[in-house]
Structure formats: structure tokens, C-alpha cells
Design a protein around this ligand. Structure first.
Ligand code: GUN
Length: 293
């Protein structure tokens, strides 16, 4: 069994980007600038956004964190988005999800200028992805594709089961892996909360991408020998033996599934760090596109 070490691979990618930034600086070019908007003080969201900002500092990007209170109105958030859309110093930005109930998520995502949408969530960019056109790929699916590619996991002609149909992970993942591309060319099945005979489907999978948001849902009896398992889930489980009072669990029961798997991502240290690395990669791409305009 091989651990798909997202932490290591993401560090390699960050090193590659840092080198690139150094050469930009030496040529007197502008370095990439990423902004993140965080609404409210959800613990997990704060952790993710801070990790994104810290990663920017490490590789030499400029970063801006816009923190807004929980009670921010949709209008106020749209104003902030407009500021970033029109600020020539910002190459790309994200609005961390989820948003408070008073804000319509779709309306927000549609207000982001596609050209700065480094999360790849705008309908224009989702459409471009589906049509195989140059775009910003959403960071988590992009990170999974990169991880599979760097570990040379064969995907062509394989049965891939994507568990979950979210706009951020499941849906784009299923599209990307069925496309003619590196880490693609697979036969993809999407399962979700209404799917029947789940175990039958997962047992036939060569590769499983678990993104359903239910901790330790996929167990050893649901997979075949030598399966490749990508665990996208990350949930805080109360645990009084830990200093911070919780442990992190994925959507996969690591203990039982890892005994059968040929490759598996750990939680933490698998998909999570890859998401950040690919967001940085998209921001670099955005900077280069702006340079060439
Ligand atoms: N919330 C969970 N994942 C993501 C992500 O990739 N981007 C944003 N903006 N919010 C998220």
C-alpha cells in the first residue's frame, strides 16, 4: 500500500511556484496577488483561509485577507467583490464557502469576474471546464488529478466511482476524470444519497473518490482489493484525548480500507494541502494571463 502524500507533493508544487516567483522578481515583474474574503468566524473556514494566506507568504505571493462579520449583507459582500474585480493589483480572489444564510451563494459566485475566479466556480469557468477549454480548474479536483498524475496512478479505462455530486468536488471530478486528459479517460460513475446498491457499485471500483461529507462512511467491506482511494472528507470529531478537543476524520474509514488499498490518501495530509497548492497555481496562471494582456 502506498500513501498518496499530498503534503509532500503540495510542498514540491509550492517549491516549483516559489522558484517561478523568484525569476519573476529578478526580471522586475509583478508577483501574483491573491485575495480571500472570509465572512463570519466559522472555525474550519478560518483555518483554511489562514492556511491559504500563509502559503502565499511562503512562496512569495502578495496576499490580502478581507474579513467581514457574520451579519454582513449580500449587498455589502457584492460591493467588496466589485472592489476586488476592479482592483488592478489583484490577480485572483476567492470567497470562502460556506456563506451565512442571508447570502445567496450562487449570486455571489456569479458576481466574481471569471478572469479572477481562481476557485473556478463561476458558471463561465465551469462551462469552459466541461468543454475542455482553458480555464481555472476548481482547486480540489485539480489537486486530485495532479496527485494521481504525479504518482502515475493509471486511470485510463478504469472504473472510477465518485461519491458525491457537489459543485465544488463531486461534479467537476466526475467530468474531469471522464475527459481525454492526464489522469482522465476513465469510466466514471457518480453515486449520491439516493443511489441504490451502493456497496455493489463501490466494490466494482478501481478508483474511489469519496466526497460525501459523512465521516468514515466508506469501510473496508465496501471496496475490492487493490482499490485506489481518494478521501476528500474532513470532519472534526470531538476527542477529549486531543489537546484541541477534536480529531480530524475523512469520509473513509482509514483503518479498514487501507488494508485493501493499493494507494490511499490520508486525512489530514492528503487532498487538503493539494487544494491549497492548486489555488496558488491558478493564481500564478492568472498573473501570467494578466501580463500577456
Ligand atoms: N470551502 C470548501 N472548499 C472550498 C474551496 O475550495 N474554495 C472556497 N472558496 N471555499 C471552500
Amino acid at each position: 500500500m502506498t500513501i498518496l502524500d499530498g503534503k509532500k507533493v503540495s510542498n514540491d508544487i509550492k517549491d516549483e511556484i516559489a522558484e517561478h516567483v523568484k525569476s519573476m522578481v529578478s526580471k522586475g515583474e509583478k508577483v501574483p496577488h491573491l485575495a480571500a474574503i472570509l465572512v463570519g468566524s466559522d472555525g474550519a473556514s478560518m483555518t483554511y483561509v489562514n492556511a491559504k494566506v500563509k502559503a502565499c507568504e511562503r512562496i512569495g505571493f502578495n496576499s490580502t485577507l478581507v474579513e467581514l462579520p457574520e451579519y454582513t449583507s449580500e449587498e455589502e459582500l457584492l460591493e467588496k467583490i466589485n472592489d476586488l474585480n476592479t482592483d488592478p493589483n489583484i490577480d485572483g480572489f476567492i470567497v470562502q464557502l460556506p456563506l451565512p444564510d442571508q447570502i445567496d451563494e450562487q449570486k455571489i459566485l456569479m458576481a466574481i469576474e471569471p478572469d479572477k475566479d481562481v476557485d473556478g466556480f463561476h458558471p463561465t469557468n465551469v462551462g469552459r471546464m466541461a468543454l475542455d477549454l482553458p480555464t481555472f480548474l476548481p482547486a480540489t479536483p485539480y489537486g486530485i488529478m495532479e496527485l494521481l498524475e504525479r504518482y502515475q496512478v493509471e486511470t485510463s479505462g478504469k472504473n472510477v466511482v465518485v461519491m458525491g455530486r457537489s459543485h465544488i468536488v463531486g461534479r467537476p471530478m466526475s467530468i474531469l476524470m471522464s475527459q481525454k486528459r492526464k489522469a482522465g479517460d476513465a469510466t466514471v460513475t457518480v453515486v449520491h444519497s439516493r443511489s441504490k446498491n451502493l456497496k455493489e457499485v463501490t466494490k466494482s471500483a478501481d478508483i474511489i473518490v469519496a466526497a460525501i461529507g459523512i465521516s468514515e462512511f466508506l469501510t473496508g467491506d465496501m471496496v475490492k482489493e487493490d482499490v485506489v482511494v481518494i478521501d476528500v472528507g474532513i470532519t472534526r470529531i470531538p476527542d477529549q484525548t486531543k489537546k484541541n478537543g477534536y480529531r480530524l476524520a475523512g469520509d473513509v474509514e482509514f483503518e479498514s480500507v487501507s488494508k485493501k488499498a493499493s494507494y490511499i490518501t490520508p486525512v489530514p495530509g492528503g487532498v487538503g494541502p493539494m487544494t491549497i497548492a492548486m489555488l496558488l497555481k491558478n493564481t500564478l496562471l492568472s498573473r501570467e494571463r494578466h501580463n500577456n494582456k
